[in-house]
Design a protein around this ligand. Structure first.
Ligand SMILES: Nc1nc2c(ncn2[C@@H]2O[C@H](COP(=O)(O)OP(=O)(O)OP(=O)(O)O)[C@@H](O)[C@H]2O)c(=O)[nH]1
Ligand SMILES: [Mg+2]
Length: 301
């Protein structure tokens, strides 16, 4: 199933809440009219697009409607789709050219880090890459077991230590193992919750320093996993992780369970970090490379 259908299916709830209202508003367009634009802006804000991004989008739409003399709902829908696509930028894939390269997966607890890693391992494995999973979440009981199951399913190598041990040491061993076995990609799981937040950020920094030291020049993706159902909360988490861990991309999970697909726009415009994947379910193939154009189209069709 292509991105478009998968997203449409996954976003069916979002669609009902966001697109149905949006589309009926858009369909009601009969010519320039301030009430129409205000209602549209409100709907975008309610969909978590974010106040600034919604204002900007509607302002641009106003100009386009005027300049091109757009009349019916279909014309306006097309114009809005172009504007929303433009806000999301170009699709960006993972850069994993060195052998090995590293994907460090971060995010608060329960957002879907371990599941996303499992899905990524399956996808990379299908591309013929040799993957090694590193159980850097040593804090939560059963975290390593959960990752181990994904390693088995995907045929990935797996490195873990005892519960409570130092995650940076796990990563050190994972890198040695990856070099010895000729792995292409190391994916590092991390804890979502520690005793406090600064512990978490310190731990991520320590892991990061080990990677810098042991794999200088290696391609590294630092992916923040965000739960789309948390809406604007996710944005605050993202700002924090961006500051302390540096991010190369976002994976937005649980889009299948939210009415708030608009958060994609808030993340991209406010953070300037590209959404690289979206999660639309719990199964192995429910992770989809993010395509801005098709996403905007799925929302407004
Ligand atoms: N519906 C849906 N559920 C998801 C998705 N991604 C993950 N989940 C579910 O979310 C729950 C938490 O996922 P985990 O992968 O364990 O999350 P985590 O971030 O590793 O959590 P911690 O290890 O506790 O920090 C699980 O029940 C997953 O099946 C998604 O895209 N859609
Ligand atoms: Mg986990």
């Amino acid at each position: 199933m292509g991105f478009f259908n998968k997203i449409k299916e996954g976003l069916s709830r979002t669609k009902q809440n966001m697109t149905n209202k949006l589309n009926s508003t858009i369909a009601s367009f009969t010519g320039e009219n301030e009430e129409f634009f205000e209602e549209l802006e409100e709907l975008l804000i309610l969909s978590d697009v974010g106040a600034q991004a919604s204002m900007d989008a509607v302002e641009e739409l106003r100009d386009v409607v005027k300049a091109r003399g757009l009349r019916g709902g279909d014309e306006v829908r097309g114009a809005l789709r172009e504007i929303l696509t433009g806000m999301l930028g170009e699709p960006e894939s993972l850069k994993l050219t060195t052998k090995p390269s590293v994907i460090l997966v971060v995010g608060v607890n329960g957002v879907g880090k371990t599941t996303t890693i499992g899905k990524l391992a399956m996808a990379l494995g299908r591309e013929g890459k040799r993957v090694l999973l590193a159980a850097g979440d040593t804090f939560r009981a059963a975290a390593a077991e959960q990752l181990g199951i994904w390693a088995q399913r995907s045929g990935a190598d797996f490195v873990r230590h005892e519960e409570g041990s130092d995650p940076a040491a796990v990563v050190f061993d994972a890198i040695s193992a990856a070099k010895a076995r000729g792995a292409d990609v190391i994916i590092v799981d991390t804890a979502g919750r520690l005793h406090n937040k600064s512990n978490l950020m310190n731990e991520l920094n320590k892991i990061s320093r080990v990677i810098d030291r042991e794999l200088p020049g290696a391609d590294r993706e630092t992916l923040l996993v965000l739960d789309a159902t948390t809406g604007q909360n996710g944005l605050m988490q993202a700002e924090e992780f961006k500051r302390s861990a540096g991010l190369t991309g976002i994976v937005l999970t649980k889009l299948d369970g939210t009415a708030k697909g608009g958060i994609v726009f808030a993340i991209t415009t406010r953070l300037g970090v590209p959404v690289k994947y979206v999660g639309v379910g719990e199964q192995a193939d429910d992770l989809i490379p993010f395509d801005p154009e098709e996403f905007a189209e799925a929302l407004l069709s």
